[in-house]
Design a protein around this ligand. Structure first.
Ligand code: ADP
Ligand code: MG
Length: 288
């Protein structure tokens, strides 16, 4: 039978907005020595805002409007920002004729009879589109657009750290976790800057969803590691399943992530990662 203390622990966690899908995970939390985190939506708010739009000389086509049509069918936080921005610029949003999500890259499709590409540098490179050199110097996230195979312009998009991000990292470290690692599909410059601001040990950017899986597989080769992965589930559901403890942000997270996760942080606060570890330790003291 399950010791009574575990029920108490699960109940106490639920009152703090942390949903444990089994008492074994409460116990496993006390053994976690490596915390791997996603950036967007986990440590940052995942609410992007377009800061500027730059159109290449000689481009007369309304690429922003075409891009927004494509993005209107995507649930990605970047997509929401682009649609929102296009609206403020007076663009009418209509259905794209064809739209395909290229995971970790952006979108590919057809709008008003034209081929449209909207996504990061990797997407453009893959499609053989040469981007503007100025864009490479931007610190923030850059999303490029091409229409009919021709580079049209780019958007500079920024996200903000969650209020408790700094405190969350400090608390995780105090709870005895040995290593903190961040994995992101966002560009490496942004990823490294966030890691430096928060004091995260190692960070890897420009990762495709399958490369996030590879990173966690590499970490798992060390038998002494007990890994908690924390993500919002947009493009990281496979990693949530692979980690010893998969933790998902419940508010922002996708349904797939909430289903796959072992622990759901319903309040979306990264500081609850340390709270979950502490609750595990307290429960253990009562049980044993
Ligand atoms: P993260 O790991 O930071 O949560 P994702 O794997 O969700 O990132 O996305 C990685 C990158 O792919 C984004 O930073 C963006 O450059 C690009 N991307 C993904 N979806 C879209 C989209 N709908 N429109 C434009 N770019 C996108
Ligand atoms: Mg994400």
């Amino acid at each position: 039978s399950i010791p009574l203390g575990y029920f108490g622990g699960i109940g106490a966690a639920s009152r703090k907005g942390i949903l444990f899908k089994g008492s074994n995970f409460l116990d496993l939390m006390t053994k976690v020595n490596t915390v791997v985190m996603d950036k967007t939506g986990t440590l940052t708010k995942g609410v992007f805002e377009v800061q500027k739009a730059v159109t290449m000389d000689g481009i007369t086509i309304d690429w922003l409007s075409l891009a927004a049509d494509m993005e209107s069918k995507s649930t990605h936080p970047i997509a929401k920002a682009i649609v929102e921005y296009a609206r403020t610029q007076g663009k009418d949003i209509s259905e794209p004729e064809q739209q395909e999500e290229v995971a970790g890259h952006g979108l590919k499709g057809k709008v008003q009879g034209k081929q449209v590409l909207i996504g990061n540098q990797k997407l453009m490179a893959k499609e053989g589109i040469v981007t503007c050199a100025d864009a490479a110097g931007e610190v923030n996230t850059v999303i490029h657009a091409a229409v009919g195979g021709k580079y049209a312009g780019y958007l500079v998009i920024a996200d903000e750290l969650k209020e408790d991000a700094s405190q969350a990292i400090e608390a995780i470290r105090k709870s005895g976790v040995r290593e903190l690692i961040m994995l992101s599909g966002d560009k490496d410059a942004v990823t490294q800057q966030v890691a430096k601001t928060l004091g995260i040990d190692k960070a890897f950017g420009d990762l495709l969803p399958e490369q996030k899986v590879q990173k966690v597989e590499e970490l798992k080769k060390d038998a002494n590691r007990v890994i908690a992965f924390v993500g919002d589930g947009i493009n990281d559901a496979p990693v949530l399943a692979l980690a010893d403890v998969g933790m998902a942000m419940g508010g922002l997270g996708s349904d797939a992530a909430i289903e796959t996760a072992d622990v759901v942080i319903q309040t979306d606060q990264p500081s609850k990662i340390a709270t979950a570890i502490q609750l595990g330790k307290q429960t253990k003291r009562i049980v044993w």
